[in-house]
Write a protein that binds this ligand. Structure first.
Ligand SMILES: C[S@@+](CC[C@H](N)C(=O)[O-])C[C@H]1O[C@@H](n2cnc3c(N)ncnc32)[C@H](O)[C@@H]1O
Length: 190
């Protein structure tokens, strides 16, 4: 079962049910303060599509995921949406974006892969482009349901982002418990 969660129909159905009442509205409100309406936005790891649906009201948003099962679900649930099969690290696309957003996706990357992902995001962003990504706050890493989960604190996550981005903010927020999460917003460095 290692690495299968998110990849099988059963686990995707399970996740969609579990995450039914949660979405990134509070994060998207923060993104909207720094990224103009109607900008071209990429969402990495759209999963069930709850955030994609909110983002789609303000932006020209392209959803994506590296799970074919989630992509099947997204295509069926939002037939007018644009969804790409993209891995968060390689981001193999010729498109350019004004912003890149993810909610609880990049914590599945080891530190060196997160740095690679941020470098690739820099390449596919237009000048002044914005990144907005959420993480679980904490120390160390673990395996959960066969998936790698990397925890970050403000200092370490700022170091990773500041290699390619001017940090606009790193804020704690509550997903399930006080201060269990971090939202990082940055602007492409010159
Ligand atoms: C915890 S879920 C979050 C889904 C959605 N963003 C949400 O807030 O409900 C993680 C999502 O990231 C996707 N994912 C995990 N690793 C990925 C990677 N390396 N590249 C692209 N997507 C990835 C999974 O398939 C899943 O849809």
């Amino acid at each position: 079962m290692k690495g299968e969660y998110y990849k099988t129909k059963e686990s995707v159905d399970d996740y969609i049910l579990l995450a039914n009442d949660v979405n990134g509205k509070q994060l998207i409100n923060k993104l909207e303060k720094v990224l103009l309406a109607n900008s071209i936005l990429l969402e990495i790891g759209s999963g069930p599509g709850s955030d994609w649906k909110i983002l789609n009201k303000s932006y020209q948003v392209t959803g994506s995921d590296n799970s074919k099962e989630f992509l099947n679900h997204l295509g069926a649930a939002y037939p007018d949406g644009e969804f790409l099969e993209l891995d968060a690290v390689t981001l193999t696309t010729n498109k350019k974006f004004d912003g890149i957003y993810s909610n609880k996706v990049l914590h599945h990357l080891k530190d060196n892969k997160l740095v690679d992902s941020l470098r690739r995001q820099y390449e596919i962003l237009n000048p002044q482009g914005i990144v907005c990504h959420s993480f679980w706050k904490g120390e160390g890493s673990e395996n959960f349901k066969g998936l790698f989960v990397n925890y970050h604190n403000e200092e370490r996550i700022s170091e990773f982002f500041s290699q390619d981005f001017e940090i606009i903010s790193v804020q704690e927020y509550k997903e399930f418990e006080d201060s269990d999460s971090l939202l990082v917003i940055g602007k492409k460095s010159l």
